[in-house]
Design a protein around this ligand. Structure first.
Ligand code: APR
Length: 316
């Protein structure tokens, strides 16, 4: 049987950690690609990880490269290239630099791995997913952004911590953009089927919602750079669902036409992931206050995409 192939663009913190999780799960062969100046880093990390095989018991070819020809035949390409968030950096600075990077990366993906499902991780996420879509020209089912998988994992972790139960028993749902305007939905959060509202007081649930929203910022403040274990774990969870055609429901930045009243755009929603990439958006019923939060989040995502279109009219 043919092994699956995962290419990861950017061999920095998030990219190398994606390779680590993907190897540990034995998802397939792995290509770790970085710019020519950093090809030694990509190659060194690839060899280092490859040599874990006998200990961790995975069979996978892992190569580091700066040559896009090596990503040919990828089932999934994870894009982590770009600057990470640093304290004091303006969002627009990050947009301009990372749009240029993500655009150039995606033009190469289009040429060398036209059938791959692309999972974008670079930030600001919602703007980068739009850029990837425009730069590849891929059908919308082949373009996804990793945000919700991480955000919902953070929310579940904090809830489990408050209850003192296993994180495996906490199930939650989350919508909207990546960042402070994400929309965790306590009404759709349960612990082994028990609504979380029966187990925790409202103010404790609200504190978990708030912590999930600023979870990334909390880590940037502590480390001086952005998180990578959980963002990479979320990305590889998505890659696994696609490679194994699991039809898992995972919140991702995905194309919504009429769903949630978006009217065409990539927004964080629960979707079914399988070998076709994004196979279906799941629409859930929202009450008036949840809908208001979702509408605000969608409008913020559209503003962000508007900034990209204004800066780079050829991506409009
Ligand atoms: N092509 C390939 N790789 C590139 C390119 C490019 N055009 N430009 C930059 N890179 C590489 C860098 O050389 C670096 O190795 O991307 C890597 C980024 O790694 P880090 O600086 O460690 O950043 P990281 O923490 O991995 O974050 C990457 O993911 O979560 C997001 O906000 C985060 O946008 C950031 C991205």
């Amino acid at each position: 049987m043919r092994r699956a192939k995962i290419s990861i663009i950017g061999a920095g913190n998030v990219g190398a950690t994606c390779a680590h999780w993907a190897a540990a799960k034995e998802l397939g062969d792995i290509v770790l690609l970085d710019i020519p100046d950093k090809v030694g880093v990509a190659q060194g990390k690839a060899i280092d990880l490859w040599c874990c095989g006998p200990i961790e018991r995975f069979d996978a070819n892992i190569v580091g490269t700066s040559d896009y020809a090596d990503i040919a035949g990828s089932d999934v390409v994870i894009v982590t290239a770009g600057l990470p968030r640093k304290p004091g950096m303006s969002r627009d600075d990050l947009i301009e630099t990372n749009v240029k990077i993500v655009r150039s990366v995606c033009e190469q993906i289009k040429q060398h791995a036209p059938k791959a499902v692309v999972i974008v991780v670079s930030n600001p996420l919602d703007a980068m997913v739009y850029t990837a879509w425009k730069a590849t020209g891929f059908p919308t089912n082949q373009i996804l952004g990793q945000a919700g998988a991480l955000d919902v994992a953070r929310f579940r972790t904090f809830i489990a911590g408050k209850i003192g139960c296993s994180i495996e028993d906490v199930s939650a749902l989350l919508l909207g953009g990546h960042g402070d305007d994400m929309v965790p939905l306590p009404r759709y959060t349960s612990v082994h089927g028990i609504p979380v509202s029966q187990l925790l007081p409202k103010e404790v649930i609200d504190s978990c919602v708030e912590r999930a929203k600023v979870g990334g910022g909390e880590i940037v403040k502590l480390m001086g750079t952005s998180a990578y274990y959980a963002p990479a774990s979320g990305s590889v969870q998505m890659a696994e669902a696609i490679i194994k055609d699991k039809k898992r429901i995972i919140p991702c930045a995905a194309w919504c036409q009429n769903e949630y009243g978006v009217g065409g755009g990539f927004v964080g929603v629960p979707c079914v992931l399988g070998k076709g990439g994004m196979e279906k958006v799941i629409e859930v019923e929202l009450d008036a206050s949840e809908k208001k939060l979702m509408d605000e989040s969608v409008s913020h995502v559209k503003d962000l995409v508007g900034v990209v279109k204004k800066m780079f009219p050829d991506l409009a």
